[in-house]
Design a protein around this ligand. Structure first.
Ligand code: MTE
Ligand code: MO
Length: 251
């Protein structure tokens, strides 16, 4: 019988061949496991058109997404000095008519209740928040921007608004632009009703007198010039969802 050579007695070529064979043996063994697992998955019943074990992985991912932007998971914030001085302007839907800031009121509609109206001063009674974060547009640009306003959740709490509805819809006064938001995102601690940009009152093109800033969503959901906020269990209409975009547009 041929003597088994110690590794150091082998030529480089022999050592290489040995290692390759070893690797192939392991590869063969390991690949048997996934085949077995796959056969088992394929034999499982389907849930919502997908084999149950795969569906469960999907569901786990969806739950993870929810947890990612829960109260304890915040979008990264930056020091004021990093905020853009020239803030990009994008989208003028619902902003084409002129607006009289002295007569403007924020209208709030809730199921089974009469509509409420708020002035900007009513909002300014709440604790002011500054938020400097990376604003992201689906068109592919992002910019570090500095916004000031009050938490939507503080507004809901202070005026006892209906946080049990599934959705919140927001519209411009002329109804030319409108968005729908799931309640969890609306109540996120970084979601602001903003009346300031870079420490100064909002300009018309950035949504004066009041706009939405919602860092857990793409730019399109950050509605400028809010006229009405509507609480509802049915999914509110959404301008860009009607034009083929994903409804959630979560980051
Ligand atoms: N009323 C209104 N709000 C709007 C839009 C719009 O067209 N009309 N465009 C959205 C989009 S696509 C983006 S990226 C942001 C841009 O906000 P900015 O112009 O302050 O940068 O506003 C969002 N809010
Ligand atoms: Mo956008």
């Amino acid at each position: 019988m041929k003597k088994d050579l110690l590794p150091e007695e082998l030529t480089t070529e022999q050592q290489l061949r040995r290692r390759t064979l070893k690797a192939f043996a392991w590869f063969g063994l390991v690949s048997l496991v996934p085949i077995g697992v796959w056969k088992w998955i394929a034999a499982q019943p389907k849930a919502a058109g997908i084999r149950k074990p795969l569906r469960q992985v999907l569901d786990a991912n969806i739950n993870l997404n929810g947890a990612y932007f829960s109260d304890t998971h915040l979008a990264p914030t930056f020091p004021k000095g990093l905020a853009a001085k020239q803030v990009r302007v994008n989208g003028r839907d619902g902003l084409k008519s002129t607006i009289d800031l002295t007569t403007w009121r924020l209208r709030v509609e809730q199921p089974g209740k009469s509509a409420l109206e708020f002035t900007l001063d009513d909002l300014k009674d709440l604790p002011k928040q500054d938020l400097i974060f990376d604003f992201k547009c689906v068109e592919g640009w992002s910019q570090i921007q500095h916004w000031g306003g009050v938490r939507f959740s503080d507004f809901v709490k202070k005026y006892g608004l209906d946080s049990t509805s599934k959705y919140v819809g927001m519209e411009t006064p002329d109804r030319g632009y409108y968005v729908g938001l799931d309640m969890q995102s609306a109540l996120h601690p970084q979601t602001l009703l903003a009346f300031e940009m870079n420490g100064a009152p909002l300009t018309t093109e950035h949504g004066a007198p009041l706009r939405l800033i919602i860092p857990v969503k793409y730019g399109v959901k950050n509605l400028k010039r809010i006229g009405t906020i509507r609480f509802a269990d049915a999914r509110p209409r959404d301008y860009w969802a009607e034009r083929g975009y994903d409804y959630d547009l979560a980051l």
